[in-house]
Design a protein around this ligand. Structure first.
Ligand SMILES: [Zn+2]
Length: 492
């Protein structure tokens, strides 16, 4: 978690920091912009020193350094060897080595995962550039030893960064402090470090994760992918994405993409890729930026939703059962079918289907929910996430157990051909998933009380008038009508 605030102005007080040597004369300054640039440049320089010790595979599969030169120095050595780092506060000088390692190894992991999923792994991060990367530095808080925030009034505060000049360079004072005045819209929570972005004039407080208060409730739930709603729970509730917002965004994206396509066509290019290679118009670039912004916005909405939903689920239930997601199966396209009217031709149904943003999100959000549930349940002892094979869950009757394809009256309605039981198809599947999860649960995964609750929940759904009166977590009435436009598990 983090909090971003705007920097209004900066003051340098106390003394003048020693900025390094220029033409063999020591440089000092109390100009705020110069000092902030010096802090950012020093941080980046140290970051690149750490980065230079990394290796890559050369042409003959041998390890070679990633840069032309290797600067393998400790913080103290670097301070002695580079005059521009001499007066840099310790808690700023220490941060690059750790952040560099975090960035490097998270990329190693990301590429490994991508390769496993047959996606493009992308490249490893390189050196930070003075021209392409924003001017930035990080300062640890370290229990109040530096980068201390002080609220001065309701809307403004000051982050003070202190430092001292090395012995022999104290002509303009030994100690100095940089006061970064920021505008705060909310109270600043506990933080572990601050990151200043001098290009954007922003400051980010990094907050440690808030502990999730999740007492054991002894309850269990099964979740199924929905048709009209994103998720159906085994106790008769539905969980929805903010569809209206996303629909509006996807409409706007489509409109802007149309403009982009027209621009590239008018310029005489067959594909937008060619157009971009040969230089684009201002209008085209503007639309492109806006489209990227809208995608980001949609992603933020979904992410926020997923975080809230999973926290609620983990707080309310001890045992959560979801279907085992086979990602390759989910992204599978429809196989082309032979065209009955024109022999030798093929119908590509799945490929001509409209592939909107909603569909894309719909497909990815269950995977997202699962990964969030997985790590949130792992953090809390006593909470478990179980996965089951979803085969036949959507066509098995929860009341009599009769399993047949005809049970699915329409995509939204389940109607048992044997006992006549009729309910929303997704809720029926969710109960089946819970049932399977409970029976597959080994000892220890589910407490005795939890097992009791889960079996009772399945039984109520099975025998009572559970279809009406069961507890709905996200209080929504089921819509077993055939009017819902979406049909079935979306498949491209
Ligand atoms: Zn039945």
């Amino acid at each position: 978690m983090s909090q971003k605030v705007r920097v209004t102005h900066v003051k340098v007080k106390g003394g003048q920091p020693y900025l390094g040597q220029h033409d063999c004369t020591p440089q000092y300054s109390d100009d705020p912009d110069t000092v902030m640039r010096w802090l950012c440049d020093g941080w980046r320089s140290r970051f690149n020193q750490c980065r230079s010790t990394r290796h890559k595979y050369g042409p003959d599969h041998e390890l070679i350094p990633i840069g032309d030169t290797v600067t393998d120095l400790t913080d103290t050595q670097a301070r002695r060897a580079c005059p521009w780092l001499a007066a840099l506060p310790t808690l700023i000088l220490q941060s690059p080595s750790k952040l560099e390692a975090v960035e490097w190894y998270s990329n190693v992991k990301r590429r490994k995962t991508a390769r496993k999923q047959h996606r493009n792994p992308g490249r490893m991060p390189r050196f930070k550039s003075r021209h392409h990367d924003p001017l930035t530095f990080v300062c640890w808080y370290n229990g109040g030893r530096n980068a201390v925030f002080r609220q001065v009034n309701k809307t403004h505060g000051i982050v003070t960064i202190t430092g001292q000049n090395p012995v022999g360079f104290r002509a303009h004072g030994a100690r100095w402090r940089v006061e970064i005045h920021v505008k705060t819209s909310q109270p600043v929570h506990a933080y572990t470090n601050v990151r200043v972005n001098w290009t954007d004039r922003t400051l980010v407080f990094t907050n440690p994760p808030q502990p999730l208060d999740a007492a054991l409730t002894g309850r269990a739930v099964g979740l199924d992918r929905g048709v009209a709603h994103q998720l159906a729970t085994s106790d008769g509730g539905f969980i929805d994405l903010p569809q209206a917002k996303l629909k509006r965004i996807s409409g706007e994206i489509a409109r802007r993409q149309k403009v982009m396509a027209r621009k590239s066509l008018l310029a005489g290019y067959r594909s937008q890729r060619d157009y971009r290679k040969h230089g684009t118009s201002k209008r085209y670039e503007r639309e492109r930026r806006q489209v990227a912004r809208l995608y980001r916005k949609a992603r933020n909405i979904t992410m926020n939703w997923a975080q809230q939903v999973t926290t609620r689920l983990v707080r309310d239930y001890d045992f959560i059962v979801v279907e085992n997601l086979n990602l390759q199966d989910m992204t599978r396209r429809c196989k082309p079918k032979p065209d009955p009217e024109h022999p030798g031709h093929w119908l590509h149904n799945g490929q001509t289907a409209k592939r909107g943003l909603n569909r894309e999100l719909l497909r990815s959000n269950l995977g997202l929910l699962c990964s969030l549930l997985e790590y949130k349940t792992r953090l809390l002892p006593g909470k478990t996430l179980a996965t089951v094979n979803p085969a036949y869950t959507s066509r098995t009757c929860i009341r009599c157990g009769y399993c047949a394809k005809e049970n699915r009256e329409s995509q939204a309605v389940f109607s048992c051909a044997k006992c006549g039981f009729t309910w929303n198809a997704d809720l029926n599947a969710a109960v089946n998933i819970l049932d399977m999860g409970v029976h597959a649960a080994s000892a220890g995964e589910l407490s005795e009380q939890g097992m009791d609750y889960a079996l009772r929940a399945v039984n109520t759904a099975r025998h009572g008038d559970a279809t009406r009166g069961s507890r709905a977590l996200f209080a929504r009435e089921p819509q077993p009508s055939g009017t819902s436009p979406a049909t079935g598990i979306p498949r491209l």
